[in-house]
Structures are given as C-alpha cells and as structure tokens.
Design a protein around this ligand. Structure first.
Ligand code: SAH
Ligand code: SF4
Ligand code: F3S
Length: 468
C-alpha cells in the first residue's frame, strides 16, 4: 500500500483537546476521505496530529488493491496495540479504527485477529463515525459498519471544512460497475454513484473561497459521472466541467480516473473548449493486447484506445497522457507483452503507473488458469517500467527552454525556493517570493529532470511582485 496520508492542519495549531492520528494508503479518494473523516470528528473536539504517540484516536485508512495490504495492516496494528495498552495503563484512551477498502473486504478477519480494534468501518460509513465513536465507548467488542448506502454517505457527510490548499481533491463519483477481472474496487466501493451537480458546485465554490486554485475531480470511474443537474436533467462530466470552469478563481481543473469506454465526444470537446481543463489525462489502458484486454473484461481494444488518443490530441494538441499497466495478467503470453510495449511506444506517455499482476481473492482472474510465473512477471514489469521511465524523462526534458505557466503550491525544501506544478502535472522548483504561492506565474524551464523540472520565474513577474 502506498502511503498517501494527507497533510491536515495539526492540533497544535488549533488548540483542540483530543488528538487524532490518521494514516492513509491507496488512491486519492482515500486522501479525500481521510480529510472528510477529520472534518466529521472535528465537532467532537478531535484535531489531527502527525504521530500516533499520545493520540486519543488512530484511524488507519486502508487500500486493498494489491496483495500484502492485509499483512501490512496487521503488523501496523501490532505496533499500535502496544501504544494503546501503554496509554490505557496511564489512565488515557486510544480509540483504534480501521477504515477503507481492507475494512470493507476483511472486516470479520480484522475483528477476529485484532480484537483490540474498536471500530471497523467501510468507505460508505464515514458519516457514521461520530456515532460509532460514542458506541465504541460503551461496547465490549468492536463496532462494525460495512454497509453500502453510498448516497446516504454523501447526504450526511459535511463538505470539506478546513482549507484544502492550493490544489485539492473533490470526490464527484464513487464505486464501479465495470468488474475488470483483476480488480477489487467494485466489491470494496460498491456500485457507481454520482453526486448531484449542485452539491459538487457548492463544495467547489467553498474550496475556492478558501484558496483552492486547482481542483482534481475524483471517482473510480470519474468519466462515467452522471449526476443530477440543478434543473433535474442528467449531467455528464463535460457539462459539470463547463459549470465548474465558471467559478471565478478556479484556474485549473483535472479529473481522475477515467475509463477509455466512457470518454465521450462531449468530454473530448471539453478538452478543446475549456481553457481551465488541463492538458493532461490519466487514461488507464492496462494492456496493449486485445486478447488480454478481453480476458480483463475491459470492454475495449488496443485500436479503440489508440483512436481515442488521436481524437484527444486532435482536440488538444498539447495533451499529455498518463496510464496504468498491469504486467503478467493470467494468460498473458510473450506476444501480448510485446503488444503492450508496442502500444506504449505508439502513444508516448508523460508518466505512468505499472504493476505486477496481483491475485485478489474473489475476483474472476483469481480463478483463471495459465498464471504467469513470478520471474516472467518481474521481467516484463521491468521492461515496461524502463520504457515508461525513458518516456517520462524525455517528456520532462522536452520542456527545457520553454516558458510555462506554473501554479505555485507551496514553499520548496531550500530557503527561498517555491514548488509548483505545470499544466502537465510535473513538479517544478524555482526561486521566488512566497507571496506567489496560490498564483500562476510564467516560469522559464531551465532543466527537465527525470521526475521534476527546475526553472526561473520570468523577471517581470518578480518585479511586479516587488513593486506591489
Ligand atoms: N478505476 C481505475 C483504477 C483503479 S485501481 C481504472 O479503471 O483504471 C488502480 C490501478 O491499479 C488499476 O488501473 C490497475 O492498473 C491496478 N490494479 C488493480 N488491480 C490490480 C491487481 N489485482 N494487480 C495489479 N494491479 C492492479
Ligand atoms: Fe477496477 Fe476496472 Fe472498475 Fe477501474 S474500471 S475500478 S480497474 S473494475
Ligand atoms: Fe485502494 Fe480502495 Fe482506492 S482498494 S485504490 S483505496 S478504491
């Protein structure tokens, strides 16, 4: 599980009484959810701290996408158990909660193997957290909620309360009905649900009023969004993007993760017509072989994906693409792997995530014959990653010498340095005045490194700032 713990305003700066330590793994939706859990607990006096030592409550927000997640969780729980016992011996308390997709999938096992856990709650139950904390205080065993009423969650969760930062996530859709052969998400997040457009717009406006300049709309299948519009009609993602782009001060829009099957004409046109929609799209392809794509139940061919890429680039010539690749899905032969390599070469990705196929019990691929052996999976993954790394380095290097609008998101590690990102999501460092944080300024890119860019703010911008 990748640690994706969000930065939350800490208790020390808010003077709250109870300390909440939240740790998050997995996708960006978990980051967003962790923020909402902190919001929902704030009225009870809990405020985030950055270490579990001395915390009154610890929440582990887990991810189940690949194997070993459960074992990692249990070793983390083992460590926390000692802290909890220490704290209780001293007359204090530490409420221990497991949330997220492992909680959803393995709730019963968690309770059986770690009986000291107080609360187990699946992703659709976060609005019930305050009530569960109260019940946990009275109950002898663990309090468990792993139901699936997605709408109810969004109706009852408060919108983002604390300022979210210059760049922020906003969940607009959750769940998935696609059932790819390898994937647990339809089982852990439930079926597709789209939030009403009015709720999304209101939350976005509040975030912008608190300083957010760039919004990433989130959904496991974000481009399958079909929320109720303010007029009662159904809105697709394109329609929502047009409406969001009208919010003054909301300079940049992104959305993730998209499925190639849901990339419709209106959405492609939105990339052409809405300047705020950034020229960067994460569009997972998983494999370049039609045979494997079919075994994966992806519902599209390699040709369909390539045509889609052409249409997107026609609409927005500077569009950069990112993708997800799985190496070694059951049944993948050498020629299938070669087809994946060929597709990657054809598209030329600006960045990508690639994974070794991981068996997920309960998914269709878990029972499939013709497993690929570990050594072959490793080798194929290495080949895929080497190619993707080269493409990313090449894409970053291609920006050297260009002047690019950079949204500054915060201070860099070195004194006087700022960090920001390009329209293509590349991290950039440049020396500059801290008052530029939250603003977009033209930066001349001096060097494109494999994972980031280094640049110089155009002198006029600095002078303007100094004169102001
Ligand atoms: N909803 C998104 C992605 C969800 S999971 C989509 O449809 O693309 C993120 C990525 O994890 C997937 O794109 C896939 O590449 C990878 N993944 C999911 N299940 C996996 C498994 N069992 N083994 C290896 N990688 C997996
Ligand atoms: Fe998983 Fe496929 Fe749904 Fe993505 S589209 S979440 S990979 S089942
Ligand atoms: Fe992981 Fe659940 Fe997200 S399995 S990737 S946290 S939807």
């Amino acid at each position: 599980m990748t640690d994706t713990t969000p930065r939350l305003p800490l208790a020390s700066s808010t003077g709250a009484k109870k300390r909440l330590f939240l740790r998050s793994w997995g996708c960006q939706m978990n980051v967003y959810d962790s923020g909402r859990m902190a919001d929902v607990l704030a009225p009870l006096g809990y405020a985030p701290v950055d270490a579990p030592e001395g915390a009154d409550m610890v929440i582990l927000n887990t991810c189940h996408i690949r194997e070993k997640a459960t074992e990692k969780l249990f070793s983390e729980l083992g460590r926390l158990r000692l802290l909890k016992e220490e704290r209780e011996a001293g007359g204090g308390e530490m409420v221990l909660a497991v949330a997220g997709c492992v909680a959803q999938a393995e709730g019963a096992e968690i309770v059986a193997r770690a009986p000291y856990v107080d609360i187990v709650l699946g992703p659709q139950s976060y609005h019930k957290l305050p009530e569960m904390v109260a019940r946990a205080g009275r109950a002898a065993g663990a309090v468990i909620e792993t139901e699936f009423p997605v709408e109810e969650k969004f109706d009852h969760l408060p919108d983002a309360a604390a300022p979210q930062g210059v760049t922020a996530f906003l969940t607009i859709q959750e769940g998935c009905d696609k059932f790819c052969s390898f994937c647990v998400v339809p089982y852990t997040r439930g079926s597709e649900y789209s939030r009403p457009a009015a709720a999304v717009l209101a939350e976005a406006r509040r975030m912008v009023a608190q300083g957010t300049r760039e919004l990433s709309l989130l959904g496991q299948n974000v481009n399958a969004y079909h929320g109720e519009g303010p007029d009662g009609s159904e809105w697709g993602l394109a329609r929502l993007l047009y409406a969001l782009a009208e919010i003054p001060g909301l300079d940049r829009l992104r959305y993730t993760t998209s499925h190639p099957r849901d990339m419709d004409e209106a959405l492609i046109a939105a990339h052409r017509d809405i300047p705020a929609v950034m020229p960067f799209l994460h569009l997972p392809v998983q494999s370049g072989s039609d045979r494997v794509l079919e075994a994966m139940n992806r519902g599209h061919t390699a040709e369909h994906y390539l045509r889609l890429v052409d249409r997107l680039r026609e609409a927005r010539p500077d569009l950069a693409l990112s993708t997800d690749i799985i190496a070694g899905h059951p049944g993948e032969k050498e020629e299938d792997h070669e087809a994946t390599m060929a597709l990657i070469r054809r598209v030329g990705f600006a960045s990508a995530f690639s994974f070794k196929y991981s068996v997920r019990p309960g998914t269709p691929a878990a029972g499939a014959p013709f497993r690929v052996d570990e050594a072959t999976k490793d080798r194929r993954l290495q080949e895929v990653q080497a190619l993707l790394r080269d493409q990313q380095a090449e894409f970053n290097a291609s920006k050297a010498g260009q002047t690019v609008p950079i949204l500054f998101t915060g201070l860099g590690r070195r004194p006087g340095q700022l960090s920001g990102r390009t329209p293509w999501l590349q991290p950039v460092h440049a020396m500059g005045d801290s008052s530029l944080v939250g603003r977009i300024a033209p930066v001349r890119i001096l060097a494109g490194h494999p994972y980031s860019l280094h640049g110089e703010i155009e002198p006029e911008t600095q002078q303007e700032k100094n004169a102001a």
